[in-house]
Design a protein around this ligand. Structure first.
Ligand code: MRU
Length: 355
């Protein structure tokens, strides 16, 4: 097993006319392939097809996608802003659930609008937008490390943990959210044994999380999603930590399909269930999880997963990619600003510093 440096999910290459280099996560764990996105369409496709995935990483990719989309903007203020709106609206159609996508796009559009009064040509504004995309990227890196510190404090004395999907370096700028908690605990000398849900149907747990943990020399045991109850019953885990894609004002949290059932199981077994997420994953404009749009994906992800037909032709399929865990089932939410415990509107506002 090899210890490696942090995974660089995305790298911006060059200046304002450069391109976005990213790991094609659909190829992991058997191949490490990097792709170069030279236009906004390639970024859109990469988000849609989960070549880049995970809420914070989607936001970062979209921010760079705005810069790429504006490389072909015609000169002049009107043309520039018309192209900006077109590019932002287009990227917003790539995936609906992770709010980080819309948060990053809003931030890019806001920056451009602020600088509009001093418009001195597209080149200058493209420079400012690239700086903003890099800031979003860099801030995410810092938020992940802060989340790790707060979360590791909660895991003192814990030996076994369980996670779902991939909320690691691949899903963020680096280091991750849920996985950053484990990485930080390890950096502090704690030995953790992480049970990893394989995460049907696209196997982000099996393909990505177990790979990241093994890269760092953390003990990882892969299980099928349906085995989590037995693992809890046998006393193998004392905490569950997952990421989130969108957290409503009341703390209801959307994450990869299967997260909700884990939280219910955790309650049944008296095990704390934690969400680790940066402030960019909160959508305080919506009251509860009922208003979170849940992405539905194609039936082939279930009937023809990874190249083999496993269901009869013509079978009806329902494939929601996310579910919503009610706040009541969440022991605490670990953010870069501190730990939200208990989880309710007041504590969320307090920790996030909302006035
Ligand atoms: O469909 P995905 O792979 O993008 O789903 C990702 C998740 O559900 C993650 O847990 C979430 O985005 C948090 S990533 C830090």
């Amino acid at each position: 097993m090899t210890e490696t440096t942090n995974v660089e999910t995305m790298i911006w290459q060059g200046g304002v006319s450069g391109c976005l280099d990213m790991i094609d996560q659909t190829k992991l764990p058997t191949e490490m392939v990097r792709i170069e996105c030279e236009d906004v369409e390639t970024v859109w496709e990469a988000i849609k097809m989960l070549r880049v995935r995970g809420a914070p990483a989607i936001g970062i990719a979209a921010a760079y996608g705005v810069v790429l989309g504006l490389q072909s903007a015609e000169e002049g203020e009107e043309a520039f802003f018309s192209r900006l709106n077109e590019v932002v609206d287009y990227l917003a159609t790539s995936r609906p659930t992770a709010v980080n996508l819309f948060w990053a796009l809003d931030r890019m559009r806001r920056l451009a609008e602020q600088e509009r009064v001093n418009f001195a040509g597209g080149e200058q504004l493209r420079e400012s937008l690239l700086t903003e995309a890099k800031a979003i990227h860099d801030e995410d890196r810092q938020m992940c490390h802060a989340i790790g510190g707060h979360g590791a404090d909660l895991l003192k004395g814990v030996e076994g943990v369980l996670t779902h999907c991939n909320a690691g370096g691949l899903a963020t700028a680096e280091y991750g959210t849920a996985l950053s908690v484990f990485f930080t605990a390890q950096d502090r000398g704690q030995s953790l044994h992480v049970y990893v849900d394989e995460t049907r149907p696209l196997l982000q747990g099996a393909r990505l999380t177990s790979w990241e943990l093994m890269q760092r020399g953390i003990k990882a045991t892969l299980i099928c999603d349906s085995m989590a109850a037995q693992v809890m019953r046998e006393g193998r885990v004392q905490a569950i930590v997952t990421g989130a894609d969108r957290i409503a004002a009341n703390g209801d949290s959307a994450n990869k399909i299967g997260t909700y059932s884990l939280a219910v199981l955790a309650r049944a077994h008296g095990i704390p269930f934690y969400i680790a997420a940066p402030s960019s994953t909160f959508d305080l404009m919506i009251e509860s999880g009922d208003q979170i749009p849940i992405e539905e994906r194609g039936s082939k992800e279930i009937t023809h997963g990874f190249g083999r037909q496993t269901a009869p032709d013509g079978v009806e399929v329902y494939n929601p990619a996310f579910d919503v865990t009610p706040a009541d089932y969440i022991h605490a939410i670990i953010t870069e600003k501190g730990v939200i415990d208990p989880v309710n509107r007041e504590t969320i506002d307090h920790v996030l510093g909302v006035v």
